[in-house]
Design a protein around this ligand. Sequence first.
Ligand code: CA
Length: 458
Amino acid sequence: MRTERLTTPDWIRDAIFYQIFPERFFNGDPGNDPDGVWPWGDRPQSHSFFGGDLVGIVKKLDYLQRLGVNTLYLTPIFTAPSNHKYDTEDYFRVDPAFGGNAALRRLITELHDRQMRIVLDGVFNHCGKTHPFFQDIIARGPSSPYWNWFTLSGEQVVYKPQPNYVCWAGVASMPEWNHRNPDVWEYLLSVVRYWINEYKIDGWRLDTTEYLPPDFVRSVRSAAKEENPDAYVMGEVMGLATSWFKHDALDGVMHYKLWEGLVSFFAKGEWDAGQFSNYLHGIWKSYPKEANYTSYTLLGSHDKPRFLTLCNDDHRKFLLAAAFLFTFPGVPAIYYGDEIGMRGEEDPDCRRTFLWNEEKQDRNIFGVVKELIKLRTEIRALRRGEFVLIQAEEAILAYLRQLGAEKILIVINTGNKPVSVKLPASIKENFYDLYLQENTSSPIEVPAVGFRILRCSG
Ligand code: CA
């Protein structure tokens, strides 16, 4: 039965995500490195390994806590041959090169001690070809008990010239599970339950949600909530996610539709503020209001070029987009390294090793991002307030975040000239600039490619 409104965990509204690609964040234990790791800092290729691991994340928790993020999303960590680990071999074992299950246990304990949370990546559309069940059908054909767990044409697995089994995007190393088989559901749902129950993870991100049957996705969410009613289940959804929410299948999505708008407006400058606000209105109204506050909003991920690179290395544009992300409804996420100005083209280049040498980091970007996180953390209206559009014309976007008596005004100028923004007569306030820490009044002076974040003080 559909409930009246989508019910989602309350904590997600206060979350600030940090996405880590564990192979590239920090190598905390060279003793567990796979053979033939590349020197840290080299440009990655699709097959390269650098030795990052979960021990490395534990060692950098002080850094993350100082940055101000409070929830980690890790790309897959279970045993798999590739560096990205979307080709799972064992759903119940953390990859030994990441430190195994013990390293995850330690990471979660340390996170929870710091009131931080963790969401893992569930790859339930497909496994890797080294998964023992797929290996069993290679060995035994139709007499394997797992024969109906995959979808083959023929009685023997054939890889070339084309795989004769259903696999993700035609990639032979990733055979798809046959979700028509209830045994497959039971197996995958046992994975969902296991890591919540035994390791107390706080939620799942579902890989390639759009490839999965909606009933299965809904069952993942139900199973997760049965183990922990506060578990958060978000989907990787590239298109509009409207139907997923209609079917109560997810708590939120990775908001790639918003990301597209951010690229067009902030990075590429293809739209003016009017076009951007029309676009925002369209996607805002396509989802239940609840889902707009619980979806994961991002500038970057392991599947997209770095946002700074999309901005053609213009720091000001990157920071405008960041200012928007941290003052807009939704759960803002930082892709590891975006906060220090890392660059990168399409995958695998957007998966470079983290630049830990501070002299090579962009400390200006770091300082602004850290301040935006701090404002988001301190001001409840930025997390939970209503969104009220004030002005969207040419280069100027102005909006309020309003919660009870608290009103925060954000004014963004994407133009190359400073502007003086006259507010509508309805806003007769005095303002305190939360960023510059000074009083101001209308008209609001906004620098070229700049922003103001102002508390309205009546
Ligand atoms: Ca290592």
